[in-house]
Design a protein around this ligand. Structure first.
Ligand SMILES: Nc1ncnc2c1ncn2[C@@H]1O[C@H](COP(=O)(O)OP(=O)(O)OP(=O)(O)O)[C@@H](O)[C@H]1O
Ligand SMILES: N[C@@H](CCO)C(=O)O
Length: 328
């Protein structure tokens, strides 16, 4: 279930009045999702119906939300298909519903593609690069809150739940990532706002065409290569083994590079960032699994999946040349 806070038709109609969006046609709770309260909401004005998603934020505060909501607005204004928050006549996009921070965004058409083909991967790769470029002049700054400092803080907290082999892998990988982060190549990586959680379930396709990226609530400023690695670790691996899928990865990276070719430092550090992306989600899943938040609404994802992906990335590193067409 993903309606943690009940919104009535009266609440929704009042919101539409504030936003000058006309009448309420339909309000329907969304069952997917585990973090927030989400409703599909249809409004009508002058014979035109509009489809929206109303989100009441259950985890993020009024202070934290402007970075994410303004990023979505910025990307939408730059032609990237992402949910665009509706503003009040005074220009405010962070709303309050039932005392909770809230936003009303346009509803993306289509559905998530949970068994992607090379064509789906290519579409996501090209749009990811376009999104990175579109974010370059976004003026707000917030680091990736699930980046290296968080791994350094959280690995010691989850270590007591690990067996000796897992603990050894976590320790050595963390040491490796700290070493990478201190390198000249890492300092040279281009960076900007990244989605940082662009898994298969956060992208919509409509009739085979990418119709949008959503769920920007882990976004932050980090290296573009990290964002690419997070995607390759989800879109271009075999489920459930976690093995790398060369064909899908090639399609993804070629499409990304058709918009923004990778720089020398990025080419060098791709294998290291694939490991970083796997570590990030292994640690967050371990944390959610072993230390559920008080009154948690989370049904934790399986941590062992990303342990497998990390082992794959360590044992069978994939250099960028393996993902590029062989020169004639
Ligand atoms: N802008 C949108 N357009 C269309 N559908 C959306 C949109 N936002 C959310 N949804 C639908 O609502 C579902 C739940 O949203 P989401 O995945 O963001 O949940 P959440 O609880 O906010 O976050 P989490 O992914 O962490 O569980 C999605 O799977 C999707 O089907
Ligand atoms: N994509 C994350 C969940 C947080 O949105 C995971 O699979 O662990």
């Amino acid at each position: 279930m993903a309606v943690f806070t009940e919104v009535t038709s009266l609440d929704a109609a009042a919101l539409l009045t504030t936003l000058e969006l006309g009448e309420l046609v339909e309000l329907k709770g969304i069952s997917g999702g585990i973090e927030n309260t989400n409703y599909f909401l249809t409004s009508a004005q002058g014979g035109t119906q509009r489809r929206h998603v109303l989100t009441l934020f259950e985890r993020l505060s009024f202070e934290q939300l402007p970075f994410y909501l303004h990023l979505m607005q910025h990307l939408a204004a730059h032609g990237i298909p992402v949910p665009n928050p509706v503003a009040t006549p005074q220009g405010e996009i962070l709303l309050k519903v039932k005392g909770k921070p809230a936003a009303l965004v346009n509803r993306l058409s289509g559905h998530s593609e949970l068994a992607p083909t090379t064509d789906h991967c290519a579409q996501v790769g090209a749009m990811l690069a376009r999104m990175h470029l579109a974010g370059r002049d976004y003026p707000r700054h917030q680091p990736n809150l699930r980046g290296l400092p968080w791994w350094n803080e959280t690995v010691p907290v989850v270590l007591p739940y690990m067996d000796a082999e897992q603990a050894q892998l976590l320790r050595s990988e963390l040491a490796y990532q700290n070493h990478v982060a201190a390198s000249a190549a890492y300092a040279a990586l281009p960076r900007g706002p990244v989605h940082a959680d662009l898994f298969r379930d956060n992208v919509m396709f409509d009739n085979g065409h990418l119709s949008g990226f959503f769920d920007f609530y882990f976004a932050g400023v980090d290296t573009w290569l990290f964002d690419l690695a997070v995607c390759l670790n989800d879109w271009c691996i075999d489920l459930p083994t976690g093995a790398h899928d060369g064909e899908r990865a090639q399609a993804f990276v070629a499409a990304y590079q058709s918009v923004r070719p990778l720089e020398a430092a990025e080419r060098q550090l791709l294998p290291a960032m694939l490991r970083a992306g796997a570590l990030r989600f292994w640690v967050s899943r371990l944390w959610d699994f072993h230390l559920p938040r008080e009154a948690s609404m989370l049904k934790p994802h399986d941590p062992t999946h990303f342990e497998r992906v990390l082992r794959e990335r360590v044992e069978r590193p994939v250099p960028v040349v393996a993902l590029e067409p062989v020169a004639a």
